[in-house]
Design a protein around this ligand. Structure first.
Ligand code: ATP
Ligand code: MG
Ligand code: MG
Ligand code: MG
Length: 461
């Protein structure tokens, strides 16, 4: 059995026999001794393997190049070099697989993030992506821990569904056919019939509506799964396939909802600060000098809470030239959101009371009949990180809204049952998982925080 390199580097004991396995990051040395930096993905740090030439076959040492995979048996000793506590004096090295230096793309030199996107299947082997994906894991774990500790139930909403939650999301439709004998058009192309066993379905854009069924039975639930939006927007903050966390709570009003969203985000950021420090320090050094300072800053104080109307007034009074117009009734664009957060308030903000026309049908209508109890949480560098609302719980008002915006009432009868029978005030929100990872890692492109990004024209691997 191997010991993980993270554990070896933290070992209190030395002069013990150990087995390390991993991939070679670099090799250097002279005719007497070879130094190999070995990494196994468990930490940003490598362990140094010291192989004395006298003990090893020359051919074997030659084949140990960047990217090769090894099993090393040896003695863990205190390292004479500075910057590393221990190293391994190798007794035995087994080469699992060589990596031809002429062909292996991840040689020692630094690579641009753009280049690494082209080899997304190999980039987890770099320091940057090792760090990002370890943090991604830590955040996923922390999300489950947060909700489990609060007594929320993990609820699985379907991926294939007939409902279009947002009424606005561009969807991927699901087709079914016998792959060995697909239906063909007259031109001989595969005929992508729009059906799921004769029922029109699509990939979910949000698990909310089904989540509401969970909340109005179990009390407090959360979903955490992939969602899909066929938006043809090539921005650094949109993916066609992204993960969303959607808590939904019975008996919560919009203020309870905002309190939960703020507590949740602060918990996650604190979790990263307390558990991912080595990886954060690395990313900070490489990409974002203010990373940990910004994270600490965001958890230090209350988020500002303002209304949409106040936000529009501030934007108008700013005297700033925006690319997109600012006017009551129009949706805020990323540039507006970032101005409010980064330049005006200089901290995270939560905006409520949006005009009903720019929000979804299920948001609870305010007494003014014009605005809804929706809330967006806006973060520095990111813009919108959470979108949520108190839901319209009144059957008649909800049906009226559906008719108004053209949501098919008949087809949504199952959804309306939650208002027809034992309706309760309830609220929920959606956190874009990759937006959270963007914020926590300090990376600037959403393609760099998910193992296999799906964007327009990009689904090869
Ligand atoms: P945006 O205004 O940025 O397009 P949205 O208002 O369309 O987002 P919602 O429907 O409110 O998004 O979804 C809830 C959350 O999911 C958003 O606050 C955001 O964090 C995330 N999200 C939405 N669309 C995407 C996407 N295409 N890629 C990654 N995350 C997304
Ligand atoms: Mg959108
Ligand atoms: Mg939005
Ligand atoms: Mg939104």
């Amino acid at each position: 059995m191997r010991t993980k390199i993270s554990a070896l580097l933290a070992s209190q004991q030395t002069d013990i026999e150990v087995v390390a396995k991993g991939w070679v990051r670099t090799k250097r040395g002279n005719k007497n001794v070879t130094f190999i930096a070995l990494n196994d993905g468990s930490t940003i740090n490598n362990i140094q393997i010291v192989a004395e030439s006298a003990n090893f076959d020359e051919e074997l040492l030659k084949k140990i190049t960047t990217g090769a995979s090894l099993c090393v048996r040896g003695t863990l000793v205190a390292s004479p070099s500075s910057g590393q506590p221990v190293e391994i004096l190798a007794q035995q090295i087994e080469l699992y697989g060589a990596a031809d230096p002429e062909k292996y793309p991840l040689q020692k030199k630094g690579h641009t993030l753009e280049f690494l996107r082209e080899i997304a299947h190999l980039r987890p082997r770099t320091n940057t992506f090792g760090a990002v994906f370890r943090i991604r894991h830590a955040m996923a774990f922390a999300i489950h821990k947060f909700f489990n500790d609060k007594g929320f139930y993990y609820w699985h909403s379907p991926i294939v569904t007939a409902s279009d939650c947002e009424g606005a999301g561009a969807m991927f439709s699901v087709t079914t056919f016998d792959i060995s004998n697909p239906p063909r058009t007259e031109q001989g192309r595969v005929d992508y019939a729009e059906d799921f066993f004769a029922q029109h379905t699509n990939l979910t854009v949000s698990g909310q509506l089904e989540g509401e069924m969970g909340a109005t039975a179990l009390g407090e639930i959360y979903t955490f799964g992939p969602t899909f939006r066929a938006e043809n927007s090539n921005t650094p903050r949109h993916l066609a396939e992204f993960w969303m966390i959607e808590p939904e709570m019975a008996f919560y009003d919009i203020d309870d909802n905002m309190d939960l969203a703020e507590e949740f985000l602060k918990y996650l950021i604190n979790y990263a600060l307390n558990n991912c420090d080595e990886d954060l320090a690395f990313l900070e050094k490489m990409y974002d000098n203010d990373l940990r300072e910004r994270l600490r800053f965001c958890v230090a104080d209350h988020f500002c809470r303002i209304t949409y109307t106040e936000a529009i007034d501030i934007l108008k009074a700013s005297g700033k030239k925006f690319e997109f117009p600012v006017s009551w009734g129009l949706d805020m664009q990323s540039e507006h959101e970032r101005y409010l957060v980064e330049e005006h308030f200089k901290k995270p903000i939560m905006v409520t009371g949006y005009p009903k026309e720019i929000k979804s049908f299920y948001m609870k209508l305010n007494d003014d009949g014009k605005t809804v109890r929706g809330m967006d949480v806006l973060f520095p560098k990111i813009g919108e990180i959470i979108g949520g609302s108190e839901r319209e719980a009144d059957y008649d008002t909800l049906v009226e809204r559906m008719v108004e915006v053209g949501v098919p009432v008949e087809e949504m009868s199952w959804y309306l049952d939650s208002r027809r029978f034992g309706t309760v005030p309830h609220s929920g929100f959606g956190l874009g998982f990759e937006r959270l990872i963007l914020f926590v890692t300090g990376m600037s492109n959403i393609r760099d925080v998910i193992p296999f990004p799906r964007t327009p024209g990009n689904a090869a691997f």
